[in-house]
Each structure stands twice: as C-alpha cells, then as structure tokens.
Design a protein around this ligand. Structure first.
Ligand SMILES: *Cc1c(COP(=O)(O)O)cnc(C)c1O
Length: 239
C-alpha cells in the first residue's frame, strides 16, 4: 500500500475516533483531500484509495488537473475550490468546480452566478467566515455575513450549502475550539432559515479533532495525506 493510501486510512480512522468521542456519527463527517501543489499521480493514488472529493487553491493548476481526470473518465470526482478568489478567475471557477468554499464577497457571488454555465447544475457555495479575526486573513466578517447570505440566496445559479472557516494557527487549543464554536453557532442558526444548508467545513491536518468536536461536517486535509507542500501558500508548481 502506498503512503498516501495509508495516510487516508489513518485519517479516516481518526475521524471515526473523534466522532465517537463526541457522540457523533463518523459518516456525518466528509473528508476533503486538499491536493493543491501536488501532482496528478498523488491524486490518482488517493482516488485508488477511494477518495472522491478534492480541494484545490490555485486556479490554473486546478483546471489542468480537472481536465486530466475528466478526460480519463473519472467524472465521479467532486472538485472544491478553497483558495482566495480574484475577480478575473471567477469564470474558470464557475466553469470547472462543483463547490466553492471560499466565497467572501458580494461582487464575487454576482460574478459566479452570472458565469455558471447553463448546462451545469447550480454552483454549490460555502461562505468563508473570518473566525480568527485576523485582518489579513480571508473570509467575511461576522458583521457583514447576513448581507452576503441574502445575496447568495437571491442568486439562482448558486446554492448556499454552508460555511467554511480557518482557525488561528496557534498552539492555544482553547482559542481554536472557541473559533470553531463560533462558526458552529452561525451554521446552526442559518440552517433554521435556509434548510438546504448542511456543510460546515472546518478542521485541517493540525486541528481536525477540535473541529469535529465542535460540529464540523467536512474536514479539509492536505499535508497529513500528501505530505508537506513545497509551496505552502503561494505560487503555482510547474511540474
Ligand atoms: C491548504 C489548505 C488546507 C489544508 O491544510 P493542511 O494543513 O495541509 O491540512 C485546508 N484548507 C484550506 C483553505 C487550505 O488552503
């Protein structure tokens, strides 16, 4: 068995353990494999291990991978866009992805709505909320969130499926849990008005336990599956 396959089995086992510890059903938590910066061969290994949901952050790189797997006949893969969204990239995102997790501006919602091709199902979106309150981080502020929710609700080519958050990168595990709890409350509250909402995307390689305890329904795991990235948060790999 390859390392990637072993890692996936191990993460699935961890998800199960954390779920049971917090009296949750393991099958209520989806594993998103974050394959940004990683080669097609790594995605293929994960696919062979049964993984079908992948997250990408760099649009050109992602478009190439999506094209590769579509032409290879693997149309059962769901592609999630999880990176910061520039206005000039919305068309490629609207044309290629199944889900966008990093929506954080009204302007981007409008563009994705206009550019989602008619022959595809409406684009599923999660709104990224800035739960760490670090001004340089992506995500809409909690104060501005209601207006963005209302905008997405009025976009016929978008479906609001939930929220995504990234906790502060810290060893202070109480701070992380507090941030995840805030997003869980937002999720729970929004579900009352918008019953189609069913995804709460929080938890990465370093904090999936706290995320699951706080109610996450989707963990986004990169390095714990594919190993460390050579290009942590920027740049497009050339190979
Ligand atoms: C890169 C990335 C991840 C994966 O992070 P790991 O720590 O490698 O698991 C998850 N979510 C987002 C939004 C990312 O950009």
């Amino acid at each position: 068995m390859s390392t990637i396959q072993e890692n996936i089995l191990q993460i699935r086992e961890q998800i199960k353990e954390f779920a049971l510890l917090s009296n949750r059903k393991p099958e209520d938590i989806t594993l998103l494999a974050v394959s940004k910066t990683k080669p097609i061969s790594d995605i293929q290994e994960a696919y062979d291990a049964g993984q079908r949901i992948f997250g990408e952050s760099y649009i050109q790189e992602a478009a190439q991978k999506i094209e590769y797997f579509r032409s290879a006949g693997h149309s059962d893969i769901k592609w999630h866009f999880i990176g910061p969204i520039q206005s000039n990239k919305t068309k490629t995102i609207a044309e290629n992805f199944d889900v966008v997790q990093s929506l954080d501006r009204i302007k981007i919602a409008k563009r994705l709505n206009e550019q989602r091709p008619e022959n595809l199902r409406p684009l599923e979106v999660l709104i990224q909320v800035n739960i760490s309150n670090e001004p340089q981080k992506s995500g809409i502020s909690i104060a501005e969130l209601p207006a963005l929710i209302a905008e997405v609700h009025n976009c016929p080519r978008l479906i609001l499926k939930g929220f995504m958050g990234i906790a502060t990168d810290t060893t202070d595990s109480q701070k992380i849990s507090k941030e995840f709890n805030i997003l869980y409350e937002i999720f729970k509250e929004a579900k009352i008005t918008y019953p189609q909402i069913d995804i709460l995307s929080m938890g990465m390689s370093g904090d999936l336990g706290q995320a699951i305890t706080a109610g996450s329904t989707m963990v986004r795991i990169g390095s714990a599956i594919f190993g460390a990235r050579n290009y942590p948060n920027k740049g497009i790999p050339t190979s």
